[in-house]
Write a protein that binds this ligand. Structure first.
Ligand code: PEP
Ligand code: MG
Length: 580
């Protein structure tokens, strides 16, 4: 009988292959005493193991494909550095000498001490560094114990075309396994934004994470089907199911080839309305993806990454360099830089937020509110963005606006910064377009007032939906309420688009809804002409735009707006896509 398991599909693609189950791999480390005359030998054994671990990791580093994101490479570099650091290379030697214990145990003691330090840290990112310590320590212990069943050490090739199942995998494991030709991988833990998931996407390996207890239900050698797009894993499928997925895989590659032909072509509806399709950028590797789909520019450049995972703040020069790199990557196309949107679920060590307990972080100091409180930090960012504007088509976008007073304050700050730059003889675009994100219902309801003082609007549906239906966007328990098709949400979107049209400024959408082809026609019918999304979705959306009739959709969607019943709305939105 076929068994279906579900997880988070973090890397698209269909794979069919045999399961290769990596056993739960806890090492049992015990202490034993070393005779005084054997201590030097034990130290030599430890040093040899360290050396072997270094060589293995260097080999992994060498095998990383050139198109791998730099942060993955630096992840492996971090492990290499750790192996060379006195904390792991010297302290265990001192322990062996003083305590006269075996090398595995000395290493274990040092691992526990380091993990305690990391776990005591406030910063969530630094706390996850304990995984790095575990990874490096267990690699050395494994060598000491002559254990080598972990995939990184499987240098024979039992993995070709296999679907690997593991509790978790490090990026280094994924690189090696890709080299060995795996078809896909499944892990029981992990999230969509883990380094391993990011790597799977950029290496094009179908992958599911968070498939809890997968290894309890599946056995080695069993036939599996992985659908990375839908987050499904099928075990022991019958012939008909296999046939079905083989043909779906063929369809997917044919579709991808077809979609590729749209690269560089404009998005225009049947009735001749040009639609702008731009990309959202969060990570460095998204810039590579933009090039693959030839986006018309960047509709949302999230600057938070620059401020996260570090104890200090990025300087003006560092920010300027980053923004100029982004401008270079899109060679002359517009780049919408969103000012810092920290707070809510996006945490940083700065400003001592972790110390203050806030009962509703999403309703507290985040986005523009925080920037207007921490103006010294905001000014540095404004200076960097203004300076970058001298070198290309930069636009500034303000997140989380809720009243016009905030906009007035930002405008004043921008004027001050412009004066400073002029006095210093630094170049900038004096007409830098300033836009605002509409993500707070009050801002959507008064969009026309905002529109009068802004150069463009961009609808951030991720937040707009959460605030409209009062359902936390990251809370599973209320995800059933988080409904993009709620009549209240649709009306706010329509009001915002209409406000832009009335005042005569462009309105874009940069929330996830803009990249979901189920909603493309609905949004066109609401009058949306600019969509910004993750590059991976852009060509699909373009195809849908090119198969649509703008004016006809306007009429159809006009009939959906008065409907109150959720199931009927879903059905009507589905019928918009019926001819596809
Ligand atoms: C949004 O809220 O829709 C948005 C694009 O911003 P973020 O997801 O970064 O909050
Ligand atoms: Mg938002």
């Amino acid at each position: 009988m076929t068994l279906a398991l579900y997880g988070l599909g973090v890397s698209r693609g269909i794979a069919i292959g045999q399961a290769y189950v990596l056993a739960h791999d806890e090492l049992r480390i015990t202490e034993y005493k070393i005779a005084a005359d054997q201590v030097d030998k034990e130290i030599a054994r430890f040093e040899d193991a360290l050396d072997t671990a270094l060589q293995q990791l260097q080999q992994v580093r060498y095998q990383i494909p050139t198109n791998t994101p730099v942060d993955i490479q630096s992840f492996i570099d971090t492990h290499l550095l750790m192996l060379k650091d006195a904390a792991l290379a010297q302290v265990p030697i001192d322990t062996i000498t003083m305590r006269r214990c075996n090398a595995e145990w000395a290493l274990q003691l040092q691992r526990d001490a380091l993990v305690n330090v990391f776990e005591a840290m406030d910063d969530a990112y630094l706390r996850t560094r304990r995984d790095d310590v575990d990874f490096v320590v267990s690699r050395v212990q494994r060598i000491l114990l002559n254990r080598s069943e972990h995939p990184s050490e499987l240098l024979g090739n039992p993995l070709r075309d296999a679907i690997v199942l593991a509790d978790d995998l490090s990026p280094a494991d994924v690189v090696l396994m890709q080299h060995q030709g795996i078809a896909a991988f499944i892990t029981e833990f992990g999230g969509t934004t883990s380094h391993t998931a990011i790597l799977a996407r950029s290496l094009g390996i179908p992958a599911l994470v968070g498939v809890h207890n997968a290894r309890r239900y599946l056995k080695d050698g069993e036939l599996l089907i992985v659908d990375g797009r839908r987050g499904v894993l099928l075990a022991s499928p019958d012939d008909a199911i296999v046939e079905f997925f083989i043909s779906r895989r063929q369809q997917e590659s044919a579709t991808a080839a077809e979609l590729n032909k749209l690269k560089g072509r404009p998005a225009i509806t049947h009735d001749g309305k040009k639609v702008n399709l731009l990309a959202n950028v969060e990570l460095h590797e998204d810039l590579v993806a933009i090039e693959r789909v030839a986006a018309e520019g960047i509709g949302l450049y999230r600057t938070e990454m620059l401020f996260m995972n570090r104890p200090d703040l990025p300087s003006e020069e560092e920010q300027l360099e980053t923004y100029l790199n982004v401008l270079n990557a899109v060679s002359g196309a517009p780049v919408t830089i969103r000012s810092l949107d920290i707070g809510g679920d996006k945490n940083v060590t700065w400003p001592q937020q972790s110390c203050s307990i806030v009962s509703n972080p999403a309703l507290s100091l985040r986005g523009i509110r925080l920037c207007l409180k921490e103006t010294a930090v905001f000014r540095v960012q404004l200076r960097a963005i203004l300076r970058a504007s001298a070198y290309g088509e930069v636009r500034l976008m303000l997140p989380m606006l809720s009243n016009l007073g905030e906009l007035t304050q930002v405008r004043r700050l921008i004027d001050t910064v412009k004066k400073e730059l002029t006095a210093q003889g630094l170049k900038f675009n004096s007409k830098l377009p300033v836009g605002g994100m509409i993500e707070v219902p009050a801002a959507a309801l008064s969009a026309e007032m905002f529109a009068k003082y802004l150069d463009f609007l961009s609808i951030g549906t991720n937040d707009l939906i959460q605030y409209t239906v009062a359902a936390d966007r990251i809370d599973d328990a209320v995800s059933y309420l988080y409904d993009p098709l709620h009549p209240g949400v649709l009306r706010l979107i329509k009001m915002t688009i209409d406000a832009g049209n009335t005042v005569g400024i462009p309105v874009a959408m940069c929330g996830e809804m803009a990249g979901d082809i189920r909603y493309t026609r609905l949004l066109l019918g609401l009058g949306l002409r600019e969509f910004s999304m993750h590059p991976a979705f852009l060509l699909e959306v373009k195809r849908r735009v090119n198969n649509s009739d703008f004016d006809h959709l306007k009429k159809q969607v006009g009939e959906i707006l008065p409907v109150a019943e959720p199931a009927v709305i879903v059905e009507l939105v589905d019928t918009l896509n019926d001819d596809l």
